[in-house]
Design a protein around this ligand. Structure first.
Ligand code: PMP
Length: 400
């Protein structure tokens, strides 16, 4: 007689939260399939193709037989050298190429950062709104995310008082993401210096996700390791080519950190994925070492869309729109629209509001619940200028 297997799915995976974006996303796709002209502000990727010289380098690499074989798990030496050079040029931070690990996107770097630092029950301070993957990666590693809410009233940036309030004996790591997904907020050099000193005083690790570093529209990008170099022995930096070079599909990210930890991470990666596709790694070298004019061009387009979207959203009563200065997201506070009648319907949560916006205006936005902060919506502006204006006009009409 057959015996049913017990606990079919491990507790670890059973505890993973379904992405709150899925409901809206599935509906948007269904509407599109029906031929409805849905305009999507949901995407987290540039709408540009990867620049031609990068694609060309990859095409060449595909014909080279040495790329048909396994290579060193932690990344091609040429790429790690290019990352070290780029890091020095952009931030002034010196990194030994040996302490850089090339990963399958920044996402794998995020996961590996937590796996390498966190034991069961260790706490990770997670500023909210946060990118959806962080709490899941922390929990998968056995850690406990401790959310610190920084709302639109404080430009989505945590204060030292808040960090003090979240600190316990189990706190091991502070996560920072600047420029931020989902808010577009950017910490200044002064703010990062203060937070870095605080982490140093309290003996914490910092995981700094800098993947949107080249999309800062006002002022300059600041780097925590440039502000507080003493932190280098207790910081892991996460980065990648996805957002800067419109290369989300190529799956190349990286992480760097102190030698003892990176050694263990390289060992871990050698058991789960080995090297990132060589063709993609060669493409990443071309991206980092080639003409950076393409980055400036895309940034200019994003900046234009940012200005337009913010202006158009600010014309809507009930929406509060702090100025996002980085990445390609606007994160309006829409709590003023809850409980109000919209085309005869009422939304009591932002998940319901996103549903109404989708059904009544055929515009897809991601509800703040996905990022740990109900009351907000995320709108990505990596879409064409025409679509952006059309989508924002529909929102103006819906809430008029
Ligand atoms: N960090 C942040 C903040 C992100 O928004 C993303 C992409 N959504 C990533 C890391 C990972 O990007 P990728 O895995 O495509 O390199």
């Amino acid at each position: 007689m057959a015996t049913e297997p017990k606990n079919r799915v491990s507790q670890r995976l059973a505890a993973l939260q379904p992405s709150a974006t899925l409901a809206v996303d599935a509906k948007a796709k269904a509407l599109k399939a029906e031929g409805k002209p849905v305009i999507g502000f949901g995407a987290g990727e540039p709408n540009f193709p990867t620049p031609a010289h990068i694609v060309e380098a990859a095409a060449q690499a595909a014909t080279d037989q040495k790329n048909h074989k396994y290579t060193v798990a932690k990344g091609l030496p040429e790429l790690r050298a290019a990352i070290a050079a780029k890091t020095k040029a952009d931030s002034g931070v010196e990194v030994d190429p040996d302490n850089i690990i090339v990963t399958n996107g920044g996402k794998q770097a995020v996961y590996q950062a937590f796996v390498s630092l966190v034991d069961d029950g260790d706490e990770v301070i997670l500023p909210a709104p946060y990118w959806t993957t962080y709490p899941e990666a922390i929990r998968l590693a056995g850690g406990v995310p401790v959310e610190v809410l920084a709302g639109s009233d404080q430009d989505y940036k945590v204060t030292l008082d808040q960090l003090d309030g979240a600190l316990t004996e189990r706190t091991k790591v502070l996560l920072l993401c600047s420029p931020s997904n989902p808010t577009g907020s950017v910490y200044s050099a002064t703010e990062l210096a203060a937070i870095g000193e605080w982490a140093l005083e309290n003996g914490l690790w910092v995981v700094s996700d800098e993947i949107y570093e080249h999309l800062v529209y006002e002022g300059e990008m600041s780097y925590i390791l440039a502000e507080v170099p003493e932190l280098q022995n207790q910081t892991i930096v996460v980065n990648g080519v996805a957002k800067t070079y419109a290369m989300t599909g190529w799956r190349v990210g990286w992480m760097h950190g102190p030698a003892d930890v990176m050694k263990k991470v390289a060992n871990f990666q050698s058991h789960i994925t080995s090297n990132v596709s060589n063709v993609s790694q060669v493409a990443a070298i071309a991206a980092l070492e080639g003409d950076q004019g393409v980055v400036a061009e895309m940034k200019e387009a994003f900046n234009r869309r940012r200005t337009t979207l913010v202006e158009m959203l600010r014309e809507i009563e009930g929406i509060e729109v702090p100025e996002p200065t980085g990445a390609f997201y606007v994160y309006p506070n829409v709590s003023g629209l809850l409980g109000k009648e919209i085309n005869g319907r009422v939304a009591n949560t932002t998940t319901e509001l996103a549903e109404i916006i989708l059904e009544e205006a055929e515009v897809a936005v991601v509800p703040g619940e996905a990022f740990g902060t109900p009351g907000y919506i995320r709108m990505g502006y990596a879409l064409s200028d025409e679509d952006l204006v059309e989508g924002a006009s529909r929102l103006q009409q819906l809430f008029a």
